[in-house]
Design a protein around this ligand. Structure first.
Ligand code: GS8
Length: 216
């Protein structure tokens, strides 16, 4: 039984898993889930992900949900054949990877996902973007990216001078964010800009983002 990723491949959380699989050169199959038909809330999918969300992941008899946990599993499973995304052989480097993984999920994700939702997703469903919420989060993101700019002026990638899962996990929402009118938050910070250009031009990332919105 091969690896299966359940979910639309262009959705951010599904894309996080696919990007990890692509980075590690792993074989996998995407099983699309029909959101319009509410398939994510059907019993068959709830058995895979009890929150009725995507992605869900299957590797033989191992079933997982939560994209960041799945990406870690993929990085560990294939660490001898792909890039070392977790640095678990080095206590200090792995601590820095863990730290920036936490920054992504606890600080970056809530802010950037709100901007992306208001600017790009809500209008698809007939919603009116909440200007106040966008402005507040754009201000917060600017402050957060100042910290990133400082960090990236000292090291090439977030956890150090090596590419890691901490960088990769930033990709899905950043890809969408760059298609919002607020992309200048990245463009105006030279180290953040260079980091994003590096990240977004990786072959695994290009393949993953093929069906996603593009900047500009
Ligand atoms: C979030 C999954 C999620 O929000 C993860 O896997 O990282 N922390 C989880 N999935 C959204 C699609 S965005 O990619 C989803 O399935 N939403 C449907 C719903 O909540 O009903």
């Amino acid at each position: 039984m091969g690896v299966k990723v359940y979910g639309p491949p262009t959705f951010t959380s599904t894309a996080r898993v696919i990007a990890a699989l692509e980075e590690m050169g792993a074989d996998y199959e995407v099983v699309p889930i029909d959101f319009a038909a509410g398939e994510h809330k059907h019993p068959a999918h709830l058995a895979r992900n009890p929150f009725g969300q995507v992605p869900a992941f299957e590797d033989g008899d191992l079933m997982l949900f939560e994209s960041r946990a799945i990406a870690r599993y993929v990085a560990r499973k294939h660490k001898s054949s792909g890039p070392d995304l977790l640095r678990e052989g080095n206590l200090q480097e792995s601590a820095m990877v863990d730290l920036w993984l936490e920054v992504e999920s606890q600080q970056y994700n809530p802010i950037i996902s709100s901007i992306v939702y208001e600017c790009l997703i809500s209008p698809i469903y007939g919603g009116v973007p909440d200007r106040k919420l966008i402005d507040a989060n754009v201000e917060k993101l600017g402050k957060l990216l100042d910290l990133y700019e400082d960090r990236l002026s000292k090291t090439k990638f977030l956890a150090g001078d090596f590419f890691s899962l901490a960088d990769l996990n930033h990709m899905p929402y950043s890809q969408y964010f760059m298609a919002t009118p607020h992309a200048s938050l990245f463009e105006s910070r030279p180290h953040v800009k260079a980091w994003w250009e590096d990240l977004s031009s990786r072959p695994a990332v290009r393949k993953t983002t093929a069906g996603m919105p593009k900047s500009g």
